[in-house]
Design a protein around this ligand. Structure first.
Ligand code: ZN
Length: 239
């Protein structure tokens, strides 16, 4: 049986981003990122998938959300050194703001075999938006990226992973070929050592990761995303 291809999602590498709530859970230390990428680089590589992120060889697919400046400063040099390709999902209105990559930096990634995708215009939760607002997040972000980078943007990563069928359909209508959610990606946590990372790559999330995700998702459902965020930042600021 062919093994399921793992799509890894990173946020910041080697430092904390500014805006994302609870970001330190996902701020992967530089030495950990390097060992993970060295592991990935030694896996059998296949052709870079064109329409589906799920095709290709045995190497995991590497993605980054939010356009954090550490993607450019810390992750990109390691990817280049190891000859790895990756996907970067950019938030239209965050480009060039403190802590986030500029158009020039994003363009450099694009010119060096990296793929740029959209992560919306404002990082708002798509399930809470009106049709008009949803349209803005999906369509405008594609347009802005395409006009700055002069390339077609085929990939969309859902902010915070929260979506429904309507959003997926709408994203397809707008022209995205692949839509990434939290269901089809493994979000790498800051605390994972190489052993844990390899286990997740081979078998998916561990039981404790899944329990954590389940609690997170059901709390979100019970509390609603705004209250959940408030609770999460209150808890995190104490730790
Ligand atoms: Zn995000």
């Amino acid at each position: 049986m062919k093994k399921r291809k793992m799509i890894l999602a990173y946020h910041s590498v080697g430092a904390h981003p500014i805006k994302e709530i609870g970001a330190k859970l996902y701020a992967v230390p530089l030495y950990r990122f390097r060992e993970q990428m060295e592991y990935a680089a030694n896996k059998e590589t296949g052709p870079l998938p064109s329409t589906s992120l799920g095709a290709g060889g045995d190497s995991p697919i590497i993605t980054f959300d939010d356009g954090d400046i550490t993607n450019y400063l810390n992750a990109y040099p390691i990817l280049k050194e190891l000859d790895l390709k990756a996907y970067f999902f950019i938030i239209g209105t965050w480009v060039g703001t403190p802590g986030y990559m500029s158009w020039k930096e994003i363009e450099e990634l694009k010119n060096n075999s990296m793929t740029i995708g959209s992560h919306g215009m404002t990082h708002r939760i798509l399930t809470e938006l009106s049709d008009e607002e949803l349209n803005y997040e999906l369509r405008e972000s594609k347009k802005v990226l395409e006009s700055h980078l002069k390339t077609q943007v085929d990939y969309f990563s859902i902010p915070r992973g929260l979506c429904n069928e309507k959003i997926i359909d709408k994203a397809r209508d707008v022209g995205y070929k692949t839509i990434l959610t939290s269901d089809n990606r493994i979000v790498v946590r800051s605390g994972w050592d190489l052993n844990h990372f390899i286990k997740v790559l081979e078998n998916g999330y561990s039981l404790s990761d899944m329990v954590e995700n389940m609690i997170k998702n059901s709390l979100r459902g019970i509390l609603g995303i705004k209250n959940y965020d408030r609770l999460r930042s209150a808890l995190l600021s104490k730790s």
